[in-house]
Design a protein around this ligand. Structure first.
Ligand code: MCN
Ligand code: CUM
Length: 775
């Protein structure tokens, strides 16, 4: 029996390792039909006509739905104040865009019938390069918007432009400038996206099983799109085979399944295949950044500035809740105490799939950390300082917390130097530099790279964010059975993070009952309290806080009941894990289980006290939590093939109080692996006509166990001062923090200033050639 925090085994694995997980594609309903999406083969074209007659003749086809059939519902609102086509009516705007939806008896027939739909396209030139998209003669992609004459979406800035410019203008500062790209990448979860929609014509209730990280938020959007009242929509997110941000947005396929189920009066299932997922669903990153940094010649960082061109694809469907069009990018001053900072971000339409935040990004912090950590290394090179030395001299000091950044974020707590020193010690940094010097003398290319990151997770305070005007609070409800076991329902949705275990541990720690005696209910809007879902590593910071607060309410109620049981005043009782006992006489007391039965049993409860111990809480976060970490990467570059081997990777993370250190470790291992993918191999590439070149996992490479080292991890614990249990999020830290460490290591190995991700052998080869290698 285990109680409270610690590395207990994951409850959910009992079903997963037996193959008993239950995913959307496992849902089978009587009379269920199957849908398939016809997608555009071209990136940009006017639709002249769509002829569905032959497809409708297919003996197993029940319906062929086009944008015209959807009427007003052919467009849906996005989370970034834009609209997105559910099914294209006027034009197609990216390769893979949804054009029609076929419903048939089975999935094979539905896909066969797609080939029978005859669409006449009038091709238009495609806009692929985001830098050319703003040229005056660029074709206008979003001519559905009245009066639009270009591809510009937004300009957004943060920080103090004048103060920053004044520092750059000083003649006693050293300035570096570096252009860099964070390429378009893909979360590529194991399970692709899909939905089963079922509409009961009698009760007018819609049930949607769907691959979503945010069931309640999706319900709100389905209500907006379908016109059905929210209480008549039930969204069930069963087991989800990985999300990584891919399953935050609402996709046209979901809406089509819902529309078809309502039209036909039968359940409709839609599951996309791997290529569809890679071509059309929410991408990540795609930032072209020009960073500048100013420092004194002695190495005091003074200012950082960045201009960004953000490629948002054909619709601005960035699924993030902040009031800022570039999400949390304005944390780009990172972990350093600078005097001034400024960023300017321009969002642009191109003929590519929509998206923008996904892949464990913390809403653009991945881009922000990459920018600042690459700039710090460029500056170290410029000043002739060791990158460790420059960082140690400029990290925010422990006595500066809570620290207000130059762009207005208030970092809750931190002890940065301790984390960095710990990483240096695990790595034996001095030893590594000695080894490198020796290898260099033999012509071997070994590199050592550092990064230090600060994350901002737990969206979030109303000051900075909302979703469709809804504040980002999350509920938790606890029901205590008469025998003292508990069911906790939560609004967030696990996709592999282990919530069934860690949320049970939170209740267990608060009430002193065994983790096995707490079951977690999630992923069903009919049985869980409202809340906005799992992304931006917000489950622990927000929903975890709600669970702890609900448990504390249970404890408070238990105290009153215990006082009645023991015939003492409530104030005379004290809590020792699991029990209310009389102060000074611990033998006189009652456990939660004893109190639970008494609360429904024969004793007389004080006036106004309800039977049972059930309680609910809603948590409205006063601030984000700011986890951080220090990473060190060691690479060897093969001088003959330019292949990069990540030989060692040391990660010291601080996410405050850790509920389940084993799960935290697992999150870090996964995130570091993502980082290797992004740094070395992942990129969604397009040819000049806008054809997606990475529509299969043969072309879009993701890392495997072969490409990654045995991770070496360490930790420090700096609790969050405002979180009920002092925990900060961890789910995205390693993905956000690791890419710059790897690129910094490669640059260090080659002696070059910069190389863009992904650092493929051909790019590394070119960089080697620029340094006169091979000799
Ligand atoms: N945890 C803990 N102690 C802490 C912080 C977290 O024990 N101090 C535990 C949590 O209780 C939870 C897990 O670690 O079980 C991750 O918690 P948290 O940091 O709150 O993140 P979320 O649960 O909100 O997960 C979201 C995050 C995001 S945004 C992406 S993207 C990502 C990630 O999680 N997607 C994942 N990790 C993933 N891991 C898996 N297996 N699959 C995904 O799709
Ligand atoms: Cu940015 S990917 Mo996660 O927030 O689901």
């Amino acid at each position: 029996m285990t109680i409270g925090f610690g590395s207990t085994r994951r409850k959910e694995d009992a079903r997963f390792i037996r193959g008993q997980g239950h995913y959307v594609d496992d849902v089978q309903l009587p009379g269920m039909l199957h849908g398939a999406v016809l997608r555009s083969p071209v990136a940009h074209a006017r639709i002249v006509s769509i002829d569905t007659a032959a497809a409708l003749q297919h003996p197993k086809v029940h319906a062929v739905i086009t944008g015209a059939d959807l009427g007003e519902q052919a467009w849906m609102p996005t989370m970034s104040a834009d609209v997105q086509a559910v099914l294209a009516t006027d034009k197609v705007r990216f390769q893979g865009q949804e054009v029609a939806f076929v419903v048939a008896d089975d999935g094979y027939s539905a896909r066969d019938a797609l080939a029978l739909i005859d669409v006449e396209y009038d091709p238009l030139p495609a806009v692929v390069d985001v830098r050319l998209a703003l040229e005056p003669d660029a074709p206008v992609i979003r001519d559905d918007q009245p009066g639009r004459i270009d591809n510009h979406i937004f300009d957004w800035e943060a920080g103090d432009a004048a103060a920053t410019a004044a520092i750059f203008a000083r003649d006693d500062v050293v300035v570096i400038e570096q252009e860099m790209q964070f390429p378009r990448s893909h979360p590529a979860p194991m399970e692709t996206c899909g939905a089963v929609a079922d509409f009961d014509r009698v009760s007018e209730k819609l049930t949607v099983w769907c691959t979503t990280q945010a069931p309640h938020a999706h319900r709100t959007l389905y209500s907006l799109v379908s016109g059905l009242p929210e209480h008549r929509i039930r969204v069930i997110s069963p087991d989800v085979g990985g999300g990584f941000g891919n399953k935050v947005p609402v996709y046209p396929g979901y809406i089509c399944a819902i529309a078809a189920a309502r039209m036909l009066g039968r359940p409709v299932k839609w599951m996309e295949d791997r290529s569809e997922n890679l071509m059309s669903t929410g991408f990540a990153r795609d930032f072209v950044m020009r960073g500048r940094m100013a420092a004194t010649p002695e190495g005091k960082l003074l200012a950082v500035a960045v201009d960004v061109i953000a490629d948002h694809g054909a619709f601005n469907a960035t699924a993030q809740p902040s009031r800022y069009p570039a999400g949390f990018f304005s944390v780009f001053t990172g972990s350093y105490d600078v005097a001034a900072a400024h960023c300017a971000v321009t969002g642009v339409y191109t003929n590519k799939a929509p998206g923008g935040v996904a892949y464990a990004c913390s809403f653009r912090i991945a881009e922000a950390v990459y920018l600042v950590e690459r700039c710090v290394d460029c500056m170290a090179g410029e000043l002739g300082l060791d990158p460790v030395e420059l960082r140690l001299a400029n990290l925010i000091r422990p006595d500066q917390f809570p620290y207000e950044s130059k762009t207005g974020w208030v970092y809750d707590s931190g002890n940065y130097e301790a984390a960095l020193l710990k990483a240096l010690e695990i790595a034996d940094y001095a030893g590594l530099r000695a080894e490198q010097a020796e290898k260099r003398s033999r012509g071997e290319l070994m590199g050592i790279g550092l990064s230090f990151f600060t994350e901002a997770v737990g969206a979030g305070p109303r000051k900075h964010m909302d979703m469709f005007g809804l504040g980002m609070n999350d509920g938790a409800a606890i029901r205590i059975s008469p025998s003292g076991t508990a069911q906790l329902s939560i609004s967030v949705q696990t996709q592999g993070q282990g919530h069934e275990t860690t949320f049970a541990q939170i209740v267990s720690a608060e009430l002193g009952i065994a983790t096995d005696d707490v079951d977690v209910i999630h992923g069903d809007t009919d049985t869980t309290p409202y809340g906005l879902g799992t992304y931006g590593s917000r489950s622990t910071p927000v929903s975890g806080a709600a669970a702890a607060l609900a448990a504390r309410k249970v404890r408070d109620r238990a105290r009153i009941v215990a006082a009645a049981m023991l015939e003492v005043a409530a104030e005379d009782l004290e809590w020792t894990t699991g029990r209310w006992a009389v102060k000074g006489d611990p033998s006189q007391g009652a456990s939660i289980a004893e109190i639970a039965v008494a609360s429904r049993g024969p004793i007389e409860l004080p006036l106004g006290i309800e039977a049972g111990l059930d309680a609910e809480a809603v948590y409205d976060p006063p601030n984000l939590t700011f986890p951080f970490g220090a990473y060190i990467c060691v690479v060897d570059v093969d001088p003959g093939t330019a292949h990069v081997k990540v030989r060692r990777f040391i990660a010291v993370d601080d996410c405050g109080v850790r509920i389940n250190p084993m799960i935290v470790e697992g999150q870090i291992h996964g995130g570091l692996t993502d980082g290797v993918g992004m740094a070395l191999m992942e990129m969604i590439a397009f040819d000049e006509d806008g054809n997606c070149l990475g529509a299969s996992l043969m072309d879009y490479l993701i890392p495997t166990a072969v490409e990654v080292p045995d991770w070496e991890t360490g930790f420090t614990v700096t609790p969050s001062p405002h979180h009920p249990i002092g925990a900060k999020g961890i789910g995205e830290s390693a993905t956000v923090g690791s890419p710059p460490a790897i690129v910094n290591a490669i640059c260090d190995a080659l002696g070059v200033r910069h190389i863009d991700m992904p650092c493929t052998p051909s790019r590394v080869w070119d960089a080697m050639r620029s340094k006169g290698r091979p000799a």
